[in-house]
Design a protein around this ligand. Structure first.
Ligand code: NDP
Length: 257
């Protein structure tokens, strides 16, 4: 392989991707595996994780599973300990698991607010802390947090989600501040609008789709595979001096009014 291309190789690395039973997480898992990484699929449901892993193994990839809910601290610590002991070191962590809740802010349900914070923010803290303790002991690691265009821009109806994703951008910088010197590169990917279950209500709304395609310089929705280039870059030695950044993969949405 060309010397420059080897910088992007994930051969010999192991990546844990949270919430990778479907959607963006599954696409990122497949993308990292395609660049040579062994991957660990995380889902809350053991049967679903096993089925997804079996499918990826059929594609020729090295796949393990880890069943845990990112909001459950005990489950997280136990699962990360098991991976490190029984499967091997986690070199790359992708904090992808996330949820969306939509309602006007003045009537936003408190439980929905709490759920958003629990999954989108507490989950990232908990999994990162558990994994980083092992990475710090080794003096190396890559953490990729999944933000959003809502890390930067608000929209009516999703203010609490935007608050969690704005926090992800700052938590990414905070991880950089604390862990960069100790060998961990932490960055975020901020996707624009991608067709997944999370956006089903928007995908099914022709008026929204029309607005989005006009508003996005690229003129269309994103395809989940289009996030893999950024993920491979941030997971690989090609990004060894990149730290604390948020890379927007949004068809230009956040660059243009
Ligand atoms: P999906 O709803 O398609 O998938 C979300 C994934 O997260 C599922 O696998 C889900 O598991 C998992 N998950 C949810 N809660 C938990 C939990 N408590 N513990 C473990 N896993 C959990 O969403 P997307 O793929 O669209 O989104 C993935 C990430 O990308 C999210 O962080 C989202 O905010 C972000 N994002 C998405 C955009 C888009 O356009 N789609 C745009 C910008 C950011 P289960 O199947 O069990 O529910």
């Amino acid at each position: 392989m060309d010397e420059t291309l080897t910088l992007f190789s994930l051969q010999g690395k192991r990546a844990l991707i949270t919430g990778s039973g479907r959607g963006i997480g599954l696409a990122l898992a497949r993308g990292l595996a395609g660049a040579g990484a062994a991957i660990i699929i995380n889902d809350r449901n053991e049967r679903k994780a096993a089925a997804v892993a079996a499918g990826l193994r059929d594609e020729g990839f090295d796949v393990g599973i880890a069943v845990f809910d990112v909001t459950d601290r005990e489950q997280v610590i136990a699962a990360i300990g098991r991976i490190e002991k029984d499967i091997g070191a986690i070199d790359i962590l992708v904090n992808n698991a996330g949820i969306q809740r939509r309602a006007p802010l003045e009537s936003f349900d408190e439980r929905d607010w709490n759920d958003l914070l629990r999954v989108n923010l507490d989950g990232v803290f908990q999994v990162s802390q558990a994994v980083a303790r092992h990475m710090l002991a080794r003096g190396r690691g890559k953490i990729i947090n999944i933000g959003s265009v809502q890390s930067e821009l608000a929209r009516p109806g999703i203010a609490p989600y935007a608050a969690t994703k704005g926090a992800i951008r700052m938590l990414t910088k905070g991880m950089c501040a604390e862990w960069a010197r100790r060998g961990i590169q932490t960055n975020a990917i901020a996707p624009g609008y991608f067709e997944t279950d999370l956006n089903r209500a928007l995908v099914d709304d022709p008026a929204f789709s029309e607005w989005l395609c006009k508003r996005t310089p690229a003129g269309r929705w994103g395809r989940v595979e289009e996030l893999c280039g950024a993920a491979v870059f941030l997971a690989s030695p090609a990004s060894d001096f990149v730290n604390g950044q948020t890379l927007f993969v949004d068809g230009g949405l956040t660059s243009v009014v």
